[in-house]
Design a protein. Structure first.
Length: 62
């Protein structure tokens, strides 16, 4: 049995994103075209909302 996915559009470049149907809120997906990372948020209705991921950068004491 193969994993199913559904399509979404990248908010940044409008490329097709494949979202696995077993994804959970808080997971990160990356756009294959522009490289942007998005945090997945699921609504109670099962809709997927993509928000820019808050990537923690290294603080080198600068």
């Amino acid at each position: 049995m193969e994993a199913r996915t559904f399509q979404s559009k990248c908010p940044e470049c409008d490329a097709e994103l494949e979202i696995p149907d077993d994804i959970i809120s808080g997971e990160i997906v990356s756009c294959p075209d522009c490289g942007m990372d998005y945090e997945v948020k699921l609504t109670e209705q099962g809709e997927v909302i993509l928000t820019p991921a808050e990537i923690e950068g290294e603080d080198w004491g600068e």
